[in-house]
Write a protein that binds this ligand. Structure first.
Ligand SMILES: Cc1cc2nc3c(=O)[nH]c(=O)nc-3n(C[C@H](O)[C@H](O)[C@H](O)COP(=O)(O)OP(=O)(O)OC[C@H]3O[C@@H](n4cnc5c(N)ncnc54)[C@H](O)[C@@H]3O)c2cc1C
Ligand SMILES: *[C@@H]1O[C@H](CO)[C@@H](O)[C@H](O)[C@H]1NC(C)=O
Ligand SMILES: *[C@@H]1O[C@H](CO)[C@@H](O)[C@H](O)[C@H]1NC(C)=O
Ligand SMILES: *[C@@H]1O[C@H](CO)[C@@H](O)[C@H](O)[C@H]1NC(C)=O
Ligand SMILES: *[C@@H]1O[C@H](CO)[C@@H](O)[C@H](O)[C@H]1NC(C)=O
Ligand SMILES: *[C@@H]1O[C@H](CO)[C@@H](O)[C@H](O)[C@H]1NC(C)=O
Ligand SMILES: *[C@@H]1O[C@H](CO)[C@@H](O)[C@H](O)[C@H]1NC(C)=O
Length: 499
């Protein structure tokens, strides 16, 4: 245990503020009660658990910080459980005292409705560092403290891979609860397609396993609506053999803004020929010093250089101002990308909102128009540092997964994810940024090939609604499961399921 006595008193003014809020917080008709957290929770936790208050001098380095404070939940305390029983105890005790709780994995979520969680108990899962490859079963089992990077490194060392997302810092289980889209999905499908089972703590504080053979309905819901159903303590994935000895070609191409239309045309020319080995991240940013846009296209090709070369050549034909290519272990690609600056995308603490849309066809005119408008929006707002961000995948594997193995996630035909990634200076500009950039999302949706707004739940802004997050056709079954597993609506504040 670790709860400096002084911290309890230092935290009192903060805790007292709960008494003055008139808000109805989720699931309860009255404000979150102010507890003496150390007295209530301390005695029931294991020796490895710890309790942390925001006023502790070491709070920022001992607890998982959020990627963005934008619309973040507020917490009266952070508890770091170290055993499954700790998590059960926290959930049951919080229920007993009618205090809301919120699971934190890697802290990368950022969504409009998370701020409906007030004065909750933050259950920081970073002690759950399990990361075990079982050679006989050909599976990797990880805890919610494990990032894409940790996950990949372990599998690389045994010649295996499981598709993850891109940025190495993001939490594997957190991403999997939505789908886990990433550069290797053309070869292995979504993260959820390799998921074989999860162990989770339910809203009632019970531990259950969900898989194809146990609680299979719950397993369906976890794959796409996972954050609505429990606290996942471990997830087991089936491993695939890594192509090319686990080494891939990583290449970056930088272009002047003037080349944007040619680049979008190149993407369009690949709408039916995009190779399954290739992952692509494109960012377009305004360079303040020049007042012009610069584009960076980072690709991975999970195969030998000679197979990657024809695709590299097509990027070269657009005359990049700078480029490089190199072969490396696949787990290194995220940090290496964008000319070695990939780690920048993992910086935490910036005010960030992100209208986003998915597409199955590329419309160069729309992409050019959206970029031009966004450049103007940024030029007019010196405090807004935005990135138009695209990720591109081959969807043959994700679409070939049989219906009964799919889970709830509705985005199997999302070939491109596009995000208007706004970084700015705080809440005072929220409304303005939303009014300026939400229309860009609508324009992207209109020519996406879907005829309506679709987006990946984990990239969503948070205002799209359940039909977009989960698929209209899945809502009745989801509502039934929600009633069964979380009748008091303890989970899923960010992307609520109507029931
Ligand atoms: C820089 C950056 C890059 C990204 N890149 C990708 C990418 O390439 N591919 C991709 O698919 N996604 C990507 N994402 C999105 C990412 O999948 C989501 O942000 C995801 O929610 C992050 O999980 P987390 O545990 O880190 O976040 P958190 O904020 O800790 O959690 C997000 C939500 O999930 C819940 N949750 C987290 N862990 C658990 C758990 N163990 N049990 C139950 N509920 C839990 C939380 O309560 C919260 O509602 C990226 C995000 C960022 C910020
Ligand atoms: C809270 O409980 C702890 C442990 O029981 C106790 O030492 C402390 O005095 C209590 N704090 C307050 C403000 O009551
Ligand atoms: C901890 O982080 C918060 C939020 O980013 C910040 O306001 C605060 O100053 C930090 N505290 C310390 C001690 O660094
Ligand atoms: C995008 O390309 C078009 C056509 O070349 C060009 O007119 C426009 O200025 C470019 N946009 C930006 C932001 O550079
Ligand atoms: C995806 O890859 C497969 C296999 O290489 C290929 O047949 C298919 O045409 C590709 N799909 C797209 C949309 O490019
Ligand atoms: C691209 O890769 C090849 C093969 O490794 C290498 O010879 C060449 O120097 C690389 N070019 C650049 C610009 O990185
Ligand atoms: C890969 O990443 C590891 C750890 O992050 C680093 O030590 C190593 O130098 C990198 N290797 C290559 C080939 O980039």
């Amino acid at each position: 245990m670790h709860f400096p006595r002084a911290a309890v008193f230092a935290a009192l003014p903060f805790l007292a503020s709960a008494l003055t809020t008139g808000d109805r917080h989720r699931g309860y008709a009255c404000p979150a009660p102010v507890l003496n957290v150390t007295a209530v929770f301390g005695p029931g936790l294991s020796a490895g658990a710890s309790i942390h208050f925001a006023s502790d001098p070491d709070f920022n380095t001992t607890t998982v910080q959020r990627y963005t404070p934008w619309h973040q939940p507020t917490f009266q305390v952070t508890i770091k459980p170290s055993t499954p029983e700790d998590v059960q105890f926290i959930v049951k005790t919080a229920n007993k005292y009618h205090v809301p709780f919120y699971a934190t994995g890697g802290g990368h979520g950022g969504d409009a409705k998370s701020n409906t969680v007030h004065n909750a108990i933050d259950i920081d899962l970073s002690n759950f560092q399990e990361n075990v490859f079982d050679a006989a079963a050909n599976t990797l089992t990880v805890g919610p403290g494990i990032s894409f990077g940790d996950f990949q490194k372990n599998l690389y060392d045994v010649g295996k891979f499981v598709p993850t997302g891109n940025a190495f810092c993001v939490n594997m289980i957190g991403a999997t609860l939505g789908a886990a889209h990433g550069p290797f999905q053309g070869l292995g499908g979504l993260g959820i397609d390799r998921l074989r089972s999860v162990r989770l703590v339910t809203a009632a504080g019970d531990i259950v396993t969900a898989s194809d053979t146990e609680n299979s309905d719950l397993f369906w819901a976890v794959r796409g609506a996972g954050a609505n159903f429990g606290i996942v303590l471990s997830a087991t994935y089936e491993a695939l053999d890594a192509p090319n000895g686990g080494n891939l070609v990583q290449a970056d191409f930088q272009y002047d803004g003037a080349a944007n239309y040619s680049l979008w045309q190149l993407l369009q020319s690949w709408d039916t020929t995009y190779p399954k080995e290739m992952g692509l991240t494109i960012t377009a940013a305004l360079v303040r010093a020049t007042g012009k846009v610069s584009l960076t296209s980072s690709m991975t090709y999970f195969g030998p250089q000679e197979d990657a070369q024809p695709w590299i050549d097509q990027f070269l034909s657009l005359n990049p101002v700078r480029w490089q290519n190199q072969t490396m272990p696949y787990y290194n690609a995220s940090a290496a990308q964008a000319f070695g600056t990939g780690a920048n995308s993992c910086r935490k603490g910036m005010w960030n909102s992100h209208p986003s849309a998915a597409a199955k066809v590329t419309n160069p005119e729309t992409y050019m128009s959206v970029l031009n408008q966004y450049a103007k929006i940024m030029t007019d707002r010196p405090w807004l540092t935005g990135i138009m961000f695209l990720q591109r995948f081959n969807t043959t594997v994700t679409q070939s997964v049989p219906k009964n193995k799919q889970g709830v996630y509705p985005g199997r035909d999302f070939g491109t994810l596009i995000m208007i990634n706004n970084f700015f200076d705080g809440a005072d500009h929220d409304a303005d940024v939303y009014q300026a950039t939400a229309p860009l999302r609508s324009q992207l949706a209109a020519t996406s090939g879907f005829g309506k707004l679709q987006t990946y739940i984990n990239y969503a802004y948070g205002d799209e609604g359940p039909a977009v997050w989960f698929g209209e056709e899945n809502l009745p079954r989801l509502a039934k499961l929600k009633k069964q597993w979380d009748p008091k609506n303890k989970f899923g504040a960010a992307y609520p399921i109507p029931f």
